[in-house]
Design a binder for this molecule. Structure first.
Ligand SMILES: *Cc1c(COP(=O)(O)O)cnc(C)c1O
Length: 345
């Protein structure tokens, strides 16, 4: 099987980091969960560390362990999932910092690792992770004397700047943390764009580093080139692919490309997504298969060696729109089969 090539532009990643740093009033951290949003944890994290990032965030302890191996000692690695049962050794041995989400996690942490650093995640309305205001009121006098590294929360609607939820969560965060003197973090990519009131001591951009909305000025970081396996002529009224979902109304030249839903080209792209040869659009015909897609190359005068799915012609968000999803899901779905190439960095 021919390998499709996912090129990650590490210079663009670093430029996005620097641009978000310019926008942030204080320190700019980096979120590298889910294998660096699908682009490869090690290369992504090392480039960001070289660019000056000192605070990294991942979801789980096992992600944190892998990241510590990549970064070595020095940068802080915070875990959004907090201190889960069974993770104490990993947290201790690899100097990971759990963001404690509940009284249960607090007890676990103080019992297992009474001297190990931790932060606290507060729920300001999203109802996903973190202590609620009442829980925090009851626990803060126990927690604050232990000098937590960070008090953090997360915005539910930061991609919609005019949403009333943003100001509500900001106010709730202030009420819970204003008088603590502990470093604070509220904003991911979307929150950075809401302005300085939302920045506090450290920001936590993820998607904006990798070239996705809501950071509209982001440079693209992921480039995906799909080799042509085979080209055929399809006559009028013949079908293409599973379920005969595409039927040619006129004769078509059809190329079969080497990537499918097992590579993150989700089936919702069937009949909707476009590939490109230079500036010429070559639409996906019929259903996405596990290892391949079929595209219409009738308009091309030559037979290309490969077509572009992600690049200057099409961003992760444009492709996401075609499939009814978001850039985050497109990036984190990119599978293990691609040959990953890194440029710059
Ligand atoms: C994923 C995540 C981030 C990064 O969000 P982006 O929208 O990708 O910038 C920040 N904080 C938390 C708690 C997250 O879960």
């Amino acid at each position: 099987m021919v390998n499709s090539i996912l090129t990650v532009d590490l210079d663009a990643l670093v430029r996005n980091y620097r641009a978000l740093q310019e926008l942030s009033s204080n320190e700019t951290g980096a979120v590298v969960k889910a294998d660096g949003y699908g682009l490869g944890l090690g290369r992504v994290a090392r480039s960001l560390a070289k660019a000056g990032a000192r605070q990294f965030f991942v979801a789980t302890a096992s992600e944190g362990a892998e990241l510590r191996r990549e970064l070595g000692d020095g940068p802080s690695i915070s875990l959004f999932a907090g201190h889960m049962a069974g993770d104490s050794d990993m947290i201790n041995d690899l100097s990971l910092t759990p963001m404690i989400n509940s009284i249960e996690q607090l007890q676990r942490h103080l019992q297992a690792l009474p001297k190990a650093p931790f932060g606290v995640q507060l729920d300001t309305g999203m109802n996903r992770l973190g202590m609620e205001p009442a829980e925090w009121s009851a626990l803060r006098d126990i927690v604050l004397p232990q000098n937590p590294t960070l008090l953090m929360s997360h915005l539910a609607c930061a991609d919609a700047p005019d949403h009333a939820m943003n100001a509500q969560q900001l106010q709730s965060f202030r009420e819970m943390t204003d008088d603590t003197g502990i470093p604070r973090s509220l904003s991911a990519t979307g929150g950075i764009l809401l302005g300085a009131d939302y920045h506090f001591d450290v920001t936590r951009p993820g998607i904006g580093l990798y070239g996705g909305l809501p950071y509209a000025d982001a440079l693209p970081v992921a480039y995906l080139e799909l080799p042509v396996i085979q080209v055929r002529e399809v006559a009028e009224r013949e079908s293409v692919g599973y379920g005969n979902a595409y039927i040619a109304e006129q004769p078509r030249r059809v190329a079969t490309l080497s990537a499918g839903y097992a590579d993150g080209l989700i089936r919702a792209m069937s009949g909707k997504a476009r590939t490109f040869y230079g500036q010429t659009e070559c639409p996906v015909l019929g259903r996405v298969s596990m290892d391949s897609i079929s595209v219409d190359i009738t308009r091309l005068s030559d037979t290309p060696a490969s077509l572009t799915l992600l690049g200057r012609q099409q961003s992760v968000d444009t492709l996401a729109d075609a499939a009814g999803t978001i850039g985050y899901e497109i990036l984190t779905s990119l599978g293990a089969r691609y040959t990953r190439r890194y440029s710059g960095g």
